[in-house]
Write a protein that binds this ligand. Structure first.
Ligand code: SAH
Length: 196
C-alpha cells in the first residue's frame, strides 16, 4: 500500500463506465461543492461571460450553476450515461452530434447552447477542437486521473488555458496506506512540480 503503490494503479475506462452503470458514483455531489461557492470570486475574477472547462465532469451540478450565471460551460466525460443523467436531472433539452475530429466521440449540447459536453476521453481533446478556457473547475479530475497519466493530463490542461485563466483545483488529503484510490492522494509538492 501507500503512495508508492498508488503510483502503479490503473483504473480503465471500462471500470469507470461500469461504476456509472452500477450506480457506484459516491463521488457525485447532489448539492454541489461548497468550495466552488467559496472561491467563485477567484475563478471569475470580476469577469463575465467566461468559457469554463470541467475536465472529467461526470454530472457535476456546478456546470448548471455556472451556465445559469451566464458563462459558457464545456465538459468532457467518458460515460455517456453520466452526461444524459446531467441533462435529464436538470430538465435541460439537448442535441447530440458527432465530433468529426474524434472517431466515436459525441458532443451533447444544451439547446440553449451554453453547455457543451464531450463524450470521449480527455486525452482526445485539443485546443483546436474545444478552444481555450478562461477558467477551470478541477474537482475529482486530477485526483481521478491514473497516477501514470498525471503529467500528460496537466500538460494538456495547460494547453487549454487562456493567458489570464484561473484554475480551481480540489484535492483530497488522506493516508494513501489506508485507501487505494481513486480519488488518489496527490501531494502538494507534486502539484507544484506538475503545474510549474
Ligand atoms: N468531476 C466530477 C466527476 C468525478 S469522478 C464530479 O465532481 O462529480 C471522475 C469522472 O471521470 C468519472 O465520471 C469518470 O467516468 C470520468 N473519467 C475517467 N477517466 C476519464 C477520461 N480519460 N476522460 C474523460 N472522463 C474520464
Amino acid at each position: 500500500a501507500g503512495i508508492g503503490s498508488q503510483k502503479d494503479r490503473v483504473v480503465t475506462e471500462e471500470e469507470w463506465l461500469r461504476k456509472w452503470e452500477m450506480g457506484n458514483t459516491g463521488f457525485h455531489k447532489e448539492q454541489g461543492h461548497p468550495l466552488l461557492q467559496k472561491y467563485l470570486d477567484v475563478l471569475l475574477n470580476g469577469r463575465s461571460g467566461l468559457r469554463i472547462f470541467f475536465p472529467l465532469c461526470g454530472k457535476a451540478v456546478e456546470m448548471k450553476w455556472l451556465a445559469d450565471m451566464g458563462h459558457s460551460v464545456v465538459g468532457v466525460e467518458v460515460s455517456e450515461q453520466a452526461l444524459k443523467e446531467f441533462f435529464a436531472e436538470h430538465s435541460l433539452p439537448y442535441c447530440e452530434e458527432p465530433v468529426p475530429e474524434i472517431s466515436g466521440a459525441k458532443k451533447l449540447q444544451s439547446t440553449s447552447g451554453n453547455i457543451s459536453l464531450y463524450c470521449c476521453s480527455i486525452y482526445d481533446l485539443s485546443s483546436s477542437i474545444v478552444g481555450k478556457f478562461d477558467g477551470v473547475w478541477d474537482r475529482g479530475a486530477l485526483v481521478a486521473v491514473n497516477p501514470c497519466d498525471r503529467q500528460r493530463y496537466v500538460s494538456l490542461m495547460i494547453t487549454l488555458m487562456e493567458k489570464n485563466s484561473s484554475y480551481l483545483l480540489v484535492t483530497v488529503s488522506y493516508d494513501p496506506n489506508k485507501h487505494k484510490g481513486p480519488p488518489f492522494y496527490v501531494p502538494e509538492s507534486e502539484i507544484k512540480s506538475l503545474f510549474g
